[in-house]
Design a binder for this molecule. Structure first.
Ligand code: NAP
Length: 475
């Protein structure tokens, strides 16, 4: 597929806007030019904010209309599934089978967001001590939302912000990752066709350090919903003062394989989820802790499963692992692995690079202090470490500045019940990897993995103001 030869435009105040500057988007596997897009400038960003504020104050968008627009968008996206999956595969380097899963998930995220538009209700507050006062709450849209999004799920993570924002009745300005803006423009086309009111969805493309900063500093924006790296997340929190932010950040997620686990299932699924999207998933498995009594058996099965993964062109239907987003990222992880090896880590497979492809890499003999252990790798690299008792494994999982999700394979019911209380993470996955997610579940981490939850039912609560109403019934 060649991208549109026509330069893509920005959606500002319901108009497709061209600017003088052009941003080039490349095919992440071949390196060829794929498409071009207008870059926003200060004036365009200002115009987007101005029209979003105008829409918020003046353009009615009822819950029934929000529901209809989001359901219609889901239908149009379904009709354009093949086209959009191909764009994701090319601009993000994601294997096409996974890109199709992402589009299907996004259709679902739009539908469950639509449902939330109709379910947004306040509460009656029981009042037994001052009987002549009737107290209840209402939920009001919070105001203009800025959605700042990463490259690794260029559709579904945008929908996770736009869906709940619209369901709550908020205008939203999207700032997609500079590497993957074309998918967002297609989403904007779909939302416009679905009938989103003027000013309720806008898209500004440009670098985080320029237009991203402008969005952060503009006090007309009421809420920031950000998914990306912990450093930028911290910067956002430090810049916006008392305004609110939902921050979905990174992790070095762990999965435990206990001695009573189904090793075949664990090996198969861990091989898939340590390397899916070339490890560029925030809940990608980065650290595996396996009980010492089953370590050799597990490793044999796991390395076999890893050897079956097909690495290469993301547009081929049987590719499992494609390129990383940039060659510089592949070089970064190559350095991290080399550094770990110099400090005593042992390579069981991989540790090879060809351009922006980094081959699935399994390490053992790793220790704290190595970047591949302590930092978020965000690359196809996983380490396997043994433990002698479960308390030791729990301690190693928790010995991290991050806490997004963790997995455990075990057939022990009591341990399955207890371990969610002991692990310092936002989600515990029993008999699956840390990398499991469906879009309706609450999702978000603790520690440096972020603040707030996504999943439309939960995200929407961050996107409304709860107003308490007290009615004096005294005559
Ligand atoms: P990133 O470098 O932090 O970028 C994310 C977004 O922030 C991009 O749109 C980026 O724009 C923008 N940005 C950069 N500097 C900014 C600034 N000063 N002000 C405002 N915006 C700014 O992250 P990424 O490399 O795209 O994505 C990878 C990270 O996302 C990983 O850490 C991963 O764990 C995390 N992630 C977390 C979740 C989750 O749900 N917890 C899900 C997916 C990914 P530019 O592209 O123009 O730089």
């Amino acid at each position: 597929m060649q991208g549109s030869l026509i330069k893509e435009k920005l959606l500002i105040n319901d108009q497709w806007v061209d600017t003088e500057s052009t941003h080039k988007i490349y095919n992440k596997y071949t390196g060829e030019l794929f498409s071009t897009i207008s870059l926003a400038n200060q004036e365009i960003v200002n115009k987007a904010i101005e029209s979003a504020v105008f829409a918020y104050k003046n353009v009615e968008f009822t819950p029934e209309e929000r529901y209809s627009v989001l359901m219609k968008a889901a239908e149009i996206l379904n009709n354009r599934l093949d086209e959009i999956a191909e764009i994701i595969s090319i601009e993000a380097g994601k294997p096409i089978k996974d890109a199709r899963v992402e589009v299907n998930r996004s259709i679902n995220t739009l539908k469950i967001s639509a449902d939330e538009a109709k379910k947004l209700v306040g509460q009656i507050i029981p009042n037994y001590n001052v009987p002549d006062r009737f107290i209840y709450t209402i939920k009001k849209p919070i105001g203009v939302v800025a959605a700042i999004t990463p490259f690794n799920f260029p559709l579904n993570l945008v929908v996770h912000k736009v869906g709940p924002s619209l369901a709550a009745g908020n205008p939203v300005i999207i700032k997609p990752a500079s590497d993957t803006p074309i998918t967002t423009i297609k989403l904007c086309e779909i939302l416009k066709e679905a009938g989103v009111p003027k000013g309720y969805v806008q898209c500004v493309v440009g670098s985080g350090s320029t237009i991203g900063e402008q969005l952060l500093k503009d006090k007309r924006i009421a809420h920031y919903t950000f998914t990306g790296s912990p450093n930028i997340g911290k910067h956002i929190q430090n810049t916006i003062g008392l305004r609110k932010a939902t921050l979905e950040l990174g992790s070095n997620s762990a999965t435990i394989v206990h001695y009573d686990a189904n090793l075949d299932n664990a090996a198969k699924k861990l091989a898939k989820m340590s390397f899916a999207n070339a490890g560029q998933i925030c809940i990608s498995v980065q650290r595996i802790f396996v009980h010492e009594s089953v370590k050799d058996k597990f490793l044999e099965k796991f390395l076999h499963e890893v050897s079956l993964l097909k690495v290469g062109d993301p547009l081929e239907s049987n590719t499992d692992v494609g390129p990383m987003i940039k060659e510089s990222e592949a070089k970064r992880i190559e350095e991290w692995v080399n550094e770990a090896v110099n400090q005593g880590a042992v390579v069981l497979t991989g540790a090879k690079r060809a351009g922006s492809i980094y081959y699935p890499t399994v390490l053992t003999n790793v220790k704290k202090g190595m970047k591949v252990v302590d930092e978020e790798a965000f690359a196809p690299v996983v380490s396997v470490t043994s433990y002698s008792d479960i308390d030791e494994a729990i301690k190693m999982v928790n010995d991290s500045k991050y806490g997004l999700q963790a997995g455990i394979y075990t057939s022990n019911l009591e341990l399955s019940y207890k371990i969610p209380y002991l692990l310092e993470v936002g989600g515990v996955i029993i008999n699956d990897t840390s990398s499991f997610r469906v879009d309706q579940m609450p999702y978000g981490g603790v520690k440096e993995s972020g603040i707030g939850k996504e999943g439309p039912e939960f995200a929407i609560q961050e996107l409304v103001n709860t107003v308490t109403v007290v009615v004096n019934l005294e005559k």
